[in-house]
Design a protein around this ligand. Sequence first.
Ligand code: COA
Length: 324
Amino acid sequence: MNAKIIGMGHYAPQKVYTNTDMEKFVETNDEWIVQRTGIKQRHIAADDEFTTDLATKAAQKALENAGIGAEELDLIILATVTPDYFTPSCSCVVQKNINAKNAAAFDINAACSGFVTGTVIAKQFIETGLYKRVMVIGADALSKATDYTDRSTCILFGDAAGAVIYGASEENGVMSIDIGANGADGDKLTSLAYRYDEEEINMRLSKNPNHIRMAGSEVMNFAVRAMTKAAQRVCKEKGFTINDVDVIIPHQANIRIIESAAKLLKVDMNKIFTNLEFYGNTSSASVPVAMCEAVEQGVLKRGDKFIIVGFGGGLTWGAALIEY
Ligand code: COA
């Protein structure tokens, strides 16, 4: 059996920070942000709105889209780096909220590669025959972990959630995958939990250990290489070239990363779906939100072959070649 997409849903909070709003927090301007990142606005969770609130709404929409009941789910995998609690996991909170009483549930942390990694796990559970319906959610409220005094990061991040339900099918679904990590460069993108690391804390302007710190240009170089190689590998595994693929849906971090990877892959930007202009970088939510919008806009159609590819903290990467 293959893991076939049977439903999708996404959600982003109502509040929006435009580039002009960002000028209130840090010395920046719309022109710099658009030229260097492609981002024009980002959605921001309300003070009383958290990752599981976004995830629950995306999950409900995915169930509706699939036309199945929550009790039909066998497993919920939720990828996040901004959990409401360490325990219960966000996936357990969502399981309760949607009343998916027959589903197992666990969270994973692979930062911006989280949703693709969740998809890889879902594929294994379905292909072994253990489960028939697996929901993978990418959800992050990065605004809660953003240092709004650091202009090199705060302009990038936003909040959202996306959910995809994979069902067992004899038709093609998730066809090939590639995941990997380079822990040696993990210090290029950090957010602290329990470990007390004074040097790390002091590298933040805010001195808040939970805030994200990033060596932007180093992460960017990694991202371009990781996106290019992972996309090539998932094609090669199936004997495809990139020209056999209809759409590429990358992690929406920075338009310059995507354009550089497109050049290396020798693909036209028309083949690459982007919506980072409207959301910024929403970490694990970015790929499933983009998948939903690609379908809504008629860019991704049933029968199309497409690649999802993520890269980010860890450092990690992941890609999957999927037939929709
Ligand atoms: N507004 C105006 N100027 C800014 C700015 C802002 N928001 N942020 C940084 N700058 C300044 C810097 O201070 C620096 O000034 P200096 O030359 O006087 O020191 C200058 O712009 C260039 O900074 P640099 O960091 O070299 O720019 P960059 O081209 O690398 O772009 C990022 C910065 C953060 C946009 C870019 O590195 C990036 O997007 N990196 C990857 C981020 C990412 O995708 N991370 C997540 C992966 S999942």
